[in-house]
Ligand binder design. Sequence first.
Ligand code: PAF
Length: 289
Amino acid sequence: MTGPVLLAHDISELDAVRAKLGADGRTVALVPTMGALHEGHRALIRRARELAGAAVVSIFVNPRQFGPGEDFERYPRTLETDLEICREEGVAAAFVPSVDVMYPDEQVVTVSSGPMGAVFEGAHRPGHFDGVLTVVLKLLNLVRPDVALFGQKDGQQLAMIRRMARDLNVPVRIEGVPTVREPGGLALSSRNRYLSAEERETALALSRALRAGESAAAEGPAAVLAAGRAVLDEAARARPPLAVDYLGLVDPDSFAEVTPEHRGRALLVVAARVGATRLIDNVPLTLER
Ligand code: PAF
């Protein structure tokens, strides 16, 4: 079913939209976003429409998940284009709250991401996952979807949201959607638009490192990490250079680093900066028994 996108700017408008979708007997899939929508978001919306009668997209650049000195102020805000994409993709409703709507008072109670939120991304961005989980729980409570969809590119975020839903008994199904890549391998991200042509060339090393690691899966965890590290080391000498924050091989659910003897599912994760832009990526792999 396609038609005009119902717009909700505040909670009473959202309640009216939600009541209408419920009265029409439609199940609801929520795609939470920070806007600057691209092909990766289109894939999330398409999957949402396969899973439910109505796709609802939220567009909110959440200040609580940005640390001091991060890119909150310059994060791309492209609402008109985003709503056009929602219309093209048959989104039923878009929730586009302001900061005052989402945080009308001082937020005294927040979600703590615990030890899992303090490793990898959490170690480099202290407080980030507390901010993500708090806003996602608020959005889930406001929209009350049957299913909520998140990109696998933000692998730790997806694992943490699944864990929050489990630990806090949030009545929603969490669905991960595979990463969409440019032909050269670069994972799509709203932040890619910050990259110059030369920086984009250097940034390709992230997906190259993941592919190199994947190819070494049969030889075990140490070989996977060594293969990925070799590609990143070379990119660290490129112009402009890649500055690596981490490369790790983790359990996809807990984000604990796997042991050298580990066999079975794992996620190879990487984060690096090129110029002023920070990029993350990951690839799931299976270490043979
Ligand atoms: O992945 C994102 O865009 C954000 O972290 C999310 C899930 C919309 C929460 O602000």
